[in-house]
Ligand binder design. Structure first.
Ligand SMILES: C[S@@+](CC[C@H](N)C(=O)[O-])C[C@H]1O[C@@H](n2cnc3c(N)ncnc32)[C@H](O)[C@@H]1O
Length: 231
């Protein structure tokens, strides 16, 4: 059982020593993290509260690979935090593509904006401070890919909003959807974040508009595809 304070953090699963050995093995056999991302990860841990919310090497490379495979033109991210995942998504974007990333916490801006704007991918990233649930519906953009990584209590709200702005055939990646295993704990959890994730998982699993798979990687990553009229 994880300390509830740890549940706040997102990418937090504590690893057994066997898992830790495997994770180290994996990290030695995938594309290395750039020096820029290493420096951002270090700065995130030194300067920010709840640094374990940030994606790291493995998750970052996975996000980059998804972008390579999907080749989206317009990408949405809900929950920028220090910008680590934003940089990984932007890294693989084709020419003329754009990542729109939203962060509700305005105190995050002074840290994150320079990391995004001084990166090699600055021209592919638009960074918005504000509540994605309020700002995204007013945008004149249809997305090919959305990465949901905000407040776990609001996942179903993000999902319904994103579905309205997602092109047919577009994809949603939702992070932390196994929530350190709390989704299968009995009795029904009283903490709002676990309840939020469980509600989201139930909603997606029964939504005929989409195809869904949950990857049991780290804290769970759900991959959702919005069906087209031909599906
Ligand atoms: C888990 S962190 C994001 C980590 C980042 N995506 C990464 O992987 O490096 C979640 C972030 O979502 C932000 N957030 C929560 N609700 C939000 C909302 N409605 N709109 C935009 N950002 C939100 C939080 O302030 C927090 O910084």
């Amino acid at each position: 059982m994880t300390d509830p304070a740890d549940r706040e953090t997102g990418k937090h699963t504590s690893l057994s020593s066997a898992d830790s050995l495997l994770e180290n093995y994996i990290l030695r056999h995938i594309e290395p993290e750039s020096d820029y991302l290493k420096a951002l990860y270090r700065a995130t841990h030194i300067k920010l509260l709840r640094p374990r919310m940030a994606s790291g090497h493995l998750q970052g490379r996975m996000l980059k690979m998804f972008v390579r495979m999907i080749q989206p033109r317009e990408v949405l991210e809900i929950g920028t935090y220090s910008g680590y995942s934003a940089l990984c998504l932007a890294e693989a974007l084709p020419d003329n593509a754009m990542l729109h990333t939203f962060e509700i916490n305005d105190e995050q801006e002074d840290f994150t904006r320079p990391w995004l704007e001084q990166s090699p991918y600055a021209d592919k990233i638009r960074f918005y401070i504000g509540d994605a649930l309020k700002l995204v519906p007013g945008m004149d953009v249809q997305f090919d890919l959305a990465f949901i990584d905000g407040d776990k209590r609001r996942y179903t709200d993000y999902y319904e909003m994103v579905m309205e702005k997602l092109k047919p055939g577009g994809y949603i990646l939702a992070d932390n959807t196994l929530w350190d295993g709390h989704v299968v704990e009995q009795p029904y959890p009283t903490d709002a974040q676990t309840a939020g994730i469980m509600h989201f998982n139930d909603r997606v699993a029964t939504d005929g508009r989409v195809e869904t798979v949950i990857l049991p990687l780290r804290d769970g990553l759900t991959v959702i595809r919005k069906k087209t009229v031909n599906d």
